[in-house]
Design a protein around this ligand. Sequence first.
Ligand code: ADP
Ligand code: MG
Length: 253
Amino acid sequence: MEITSTELGLAARVQQLTKTYGAGEGAVRALDGVTVGIRRGEFTAIMGPSGSGKSTLMHIMAGLDAPTAGRVWIGDAEITGITDTELTILRRRRVGFVFQAFNLVPTLDAIGNIMLPFDLDGRRPTAMERSRIDGLVESLGLTGRLRHRPHQLSGGQQQRVAIARALATGPDLVFADEPTGNLDSRTSREVLALLATASREHGQSIAMVTHDPVAASYADRVVFLGDGRIVADKPKQTAEQVSEHMLASEVAA
Ligand code: ADP
Ligand code: MG
């Protein structure tokens, strides 16, 4: 009997996911039979070497890309097979995404980018949302940068705008692809603490891709990916434990 995602308390899940890029000789199998759930209110890190399929997994889980085979749910809604319009609405209302490449709109200033999810949804932020945005802007150190456009910001500042945008609507589910990749260690710690707080105090479900053992140590759970497969799934780890695991799997490979 199949257990439903509600019974399991999963914010998102994928079942027997396969993703192949290209065809014939040049085909690359980025994911190979991945089954995993992101538990509600938990901060999950997805760890793995470069090219192991982390970004591919995250994009498919968030409905930004389609799998070659397998099924995908966001909460109770299966998104494999729904229309683009339905998917867009579901994503806009429930999911925040921090892209590895930021994906900021070049013609909008920082605050315009942060407000984009509201504009796309055709509404203004509520008073509560405004105060959340103010809090994010302040804790991410963006106060003096709100009128700057992306090309006037450093990589780290663009990254922080992307994080504020993903959290602005307070989505149930947040996907973050290497969110600390361009940040100095102090700002990294702030972003990681922000994500941990989002899950601990606001019950948001966070899935974060990283290859940094220190970043992974902020999570409640660490899922290790290797060569398109899940190779380990562990409860809270110290940075040392994560490093040891990564080293051991590199030696084994
Ligand atoms: P990670 O995020 O762990 O570095 P990716 O999910 O980006 O890994 O990539 C997994 C594999 O799929 C890699 O071998 C990569 O080269 C390949 N890949 C990713 N995106 C594409 C694409 N659009 N076209 C072809 N191959 C791709
Ligand atoms: Mg990646």
